[in-house]
Design a protein around this ligand. Structure first.
Ligand SMILES: CC[C@H](C)C(=O)C(=O)O
Ligand SMILES: [Mg+2]
Length: 566
């Protein structure tokens, strides 16, 4: 019941609290937090920050949220900051804290959805940094039928030590070097002390930068959001512009569901492929698509990989950092190039209120004479995408490989089974990981882990030990964006569900073939059936708390590990 005259149509949701006579206590509380009578007529925007002090990816986000709020207030809207959680992937990779990383994506989504819906905000701005923040924020925005914009906290600057540039992966790979006696104690400490110089998300084309770049391509953040480093003044300017953009979205009632379409998801994945992004993008876009009821499948992602070349010489497998991208025109320049090549759909709407093509109109083109980071399509790093969906008797419902071609396209080897990622480290220290082996890490899936941990520690240790092109690795866990080498993750069904990965024995022959897209365990069907009849489902390692709840709810990696579906 509207009791007071309606002065604006933009407060579609908040007017329930500010205009309806039946919610006097809510209005009283809004006066209590400092709103004026004038403010009661204005649309209210929730500003969700995943800021916290303990993670470099997130340590500056509460500060950025204040700039967002300033821009929102300046645009005649009310901005109200709230916080939600984040888990540091950099700090949890290689330890049991990692079990909480992927579950944190859904916790973030659920908490943003809860606050925005319960508090009747008319729009939402998410200010996010570490890996799971971005997909979590977008999943929440997708569920909420009101305008939303994501602000990425920005990439970190590179660290420096003895004339070399460093990032977080340098610290992980230093461990492999230490095991292989390839680094002095002084340099080991030097790398650790100098890898991370301050605020910003991990600096290569790792998961945070992958998600930020592709979400920008999908149209859910302002152009350049993924390219301004965390400490660049452009980042603060972007925050201040959010208010004006939000006003346009409110006036035209453009909501994330209008922006997340099959075409814009294709744009997102085109950027993931061209830039050599993280395999985690597969999980996250499957989940984002499901949030808007688009049936995106692994085969759709493979189809994009088949037509989009891998072009960018960015870390982990390449030379450059995300901080280097701004100087060549950032993600918009890459998008423009791909748009001109017919690889990006220009007619998708974005949070600027303009289409992709309109946003790109004034963007300078990539200059292939002056920059070496992004190659032309005529001279790609790899003709097709580095992310490949493999199936076969070892992954009947799919797996996701990261194959840049640098280590070849086929690997034939013998299984070295590790029941936990820690066993890889032990085996490396004992010199038991040998050229020609396929390291199999199981019990690492969404239910079995639980939480489908990233295997950055073992893959970095293998790299650091100089075995990157001699050993392959398969797992029902997933990979950090920092992982490179011959690796296959997301093997489904996972071992906890009795997937064939649970039935591999030491010494079995395994073939990984990115040309036929097959993952094969060379045993007979009879032998497979025999082993299956002897297999017993393990007891879940948690029955209560977040992880117990996760084990009961999470879907397979091939379904994006969503937790909100029956
Ligand atoms: C360097 C890797 C980072 C910590 C990560 O977790 C990812 O990219 O997924
Ligand atoms: Mg990660």
């Amino acid at each position: 019941m509207i009791a007071e005259p309606q002065t604006t149509k933009l407060n579609r949701f908040s007017r329930t609290l500010t205009q309806e006579i039946s919610n006097p206590a809510a209005k009283a509380m809004l006066y209590g937090v400092g709103l004026s009578e004038d403010d009661m007529q204005k649309p209210q925007i929730g500003i969700a920050s995943t800021g916290y002090e303990g993670n470099t990816c997130n340590m500056h986000l509460n500060g950025l949220s204040v700039y967002v709020k300033q821009g929102i207030q300046a645009s005649g809207l009310v901005g109200l900051i709230f916080n939600t959680i984040g888990v540091s992937d950099g700090m949890t990779n290689g330890n049991d804290g990692m079990r909480y990383s992927l579950p944190s994506r859904d916790l973030i989504a659920d908490s943003i959805e809860s606050v925005v819906a319960a508090q009747w905000y008319d729009g939402v701005v998410t200010v996010v940094g570490c890996d799971k923040n971005m997909p979590g924020a977008i999943m929440a925005m997708a569920r909420l039928d009101r305008p939303g914009i994501m602000v990425y906290g920005g990439t970190i600057r590179s660290g420096h030590y003895k004339g070399q540039k460093l990032d977080i992966v340098s610290a992980f790979e230093a461990l492999g070097k230490k095991y292989a006696n390839n680094i002095s104690d002084e340099d080991y400490e030097g790398v650790i002390k100098n890898s991370i110089p301050g605020a910003g998300a991990c600096g290569g084309m790792y998961t945070a930068n992958t998600m930020a770049s592709s979400i920008e391509a999908m149209g859910l953040s302002l152009p350049f959001s993924s390219s301004y480093p965390a400490t660049h003044e452009g980042k603060q300017e972007e925050c201040k512009k959010i208010g004006a953009a939000m006003r346009v979205l409110l006036e035209r009632n453009i909501i994330p569901k209008d922006l997340i379409t099959r075409k814009s998801l294709e744009n997102a994945f085109t950027i993931v492929m061209a830039l050599g992004g993280s395999t985690n993008a597969v999980l996250h876009y499957l989940a984002i698509a499901r949030a808007v009821d688009i049936q995106l499948t692994l085969d759709d992602i493979q189809a994009i990989s088949d037509r989009v070349p891998f072009l960018a010489d960015l870390k982990p497998s390449g030379k450059y950092y995300m901080e280097d991208m701004l100087a060549i025109g950032g993600v918009p320049a890459v998008m423009k190039y791909l748009y001109e090549q017919g690889m990006i759909h220009g007619d998708c709407m974005t949070v600027t209120g303009k289409t992709v093509a309109e946003n790109l109109a004034d963007i300078p083109s990539l200059n292939f004479e002056t920059q070496q980071i992004v190659r032309p399509i005529s001279n790609p790093i790899k003709k097709t995408g580095h992310i490949q969906v493999l199936r076969g008797n070892l992954a009947p419902t799919g797996s996701v490989a990261k194959i840049t071609g640098k280590e070849g396209l086929q690997f034939d080897g013998t299984a070295k089974v590790c029941e936990h990622e820690g066993e890889v480290i032990d085996a490396l220290q004992k010199g038991e990981i040998l050229p020609g082996q396929v390291v199999v890490i199981r019990n690492a899936g969404p239910k079995g882990g639980p939480g489908m941990s990233e295997m950055l520690k073992p893959t970095s240790a293998i790299m650091g030990a100089g075995l990157g092109d001699k050993v392959a690795l398969i797992t029902d866990g997933r990979f950090s964006g920092g992982t490179h080498g011959f690796v296959v993750g997301h093997v489904t069904p996972e071992s906890f569900e009795g997937g064939p990965i649970a039935l591999v024995h030491n010494g079995d022959r395994i073939t990984i073939d990115a040309t036929t897209r097959e993952l094969t365990l060379h045993i007979s069907d009879e032998e497979m059936a025999q082993r299956r009849s002897e297999w017993k489902r393990p007891a879940p390692s948690f029955t209560k708390g977040v992880l117990g709840k996760y084990i009961r709810n999470v879907k397979s990696a091939s379904e994006g590990c969503v937790t909100d579906e029956a």
